[in-house]
Design a binder for this molecule. Sequence first.
Ligand SMILES: [Zn+2]
Length: 357
Amino acid sequence: MDRRNFLKLGGAGFAGAVLLGTAGGTALAQTGPSLAEQFRSAATEYDVPKELLLAMGHTNTLWEMPPPTASDYEPGDLHGRGAYGLMQLYQNPSRDTLGRAAGLTGLSEQALKNERAANVRGGAAVVSEMVGGTKPSGLDGWYEAVAEYGDTELYAQEVFQTLERGASTTISTGEGLRLAPQNVTVPAMVTALSSMDYRGATWRPAYGGNYSSGFNRESDININRLVVHVAQGTVAGTVSWFQDSRANVSAHYVVGDRGAVFQCVRHEDVAWHAGNWTWNKHSIGIEHGGYADNRSTWTDAKYRASAKLAAYCCRRHKIPVDREHVVGHVKVPGSTHYCPGKHFNYHRYLRLIRRFK
Ligand SMILES: [Zn+2]
């Protein structure tokens, strides 16, 4: 079912039924409790609305459970934020919500990183503790706790937008999950206005120590490539990691599922995204929220928003629109990544760039 049909039905057929744990068609191969059950039991155990856990899980990974290797903490690696599992528990030099989850649940860090049920329980325990002993009566009362959970208000925005719109996905185990649209308020965020390169982007500057400035790339250095990445995580998690003084990585732009574009580093500065100094010096890095292994990462809205941005970059810096100059991270000499992954369609991307240029 596509999103529009789901929303249509959501108003009628699914009213009140937030979570239907029915399998989507054939696949019932998964053994053990369904993800729907795991959300339900974690919600009950830690007194968190299951709709909220569903929205967090969908925002994080589209309800998939990535392996720890997807975003293991790796100093200086663009995709090594140390964010684990469906609930994106963190373990890096700045944050240790994974350790906090272990303390609250009695589960081992290994289990929290590797087992979906444990990871969901851990996330529920942490957000429950963040909201405090007296639980809010409605979903809106969880907004601040969700912002604290993701370490940025941007995360709360994403989660509450998911609550507002609802979600419906058949995950890779074959299980179909649905979150009916909820009646929530998504607070408007105040963004500091600042001069930017691309007018379609919201300015979210990276920490000054996470990129190199003073190169005057506009006139002295030729910018001749675009490097495409997939974040192995959420947009909010990626932007906030670039703002973290311990990250030592950054990209110029981050593009989200629904087409939101954030700029973190100016074109004249050298972002640290390619893992290769020469390439960093001569390129613009474009990150995308999502996972290399998840086909659903590449939404139409994301392709279009990213291609519009790429068209702007190509026009401005006279970068040819071809596979030599618009490249995946995987093509950077010395790269150990298969970023942006096999689901990224270069042909479609280049065609869109040419159209928008
Ligand atoms: Zn990459």
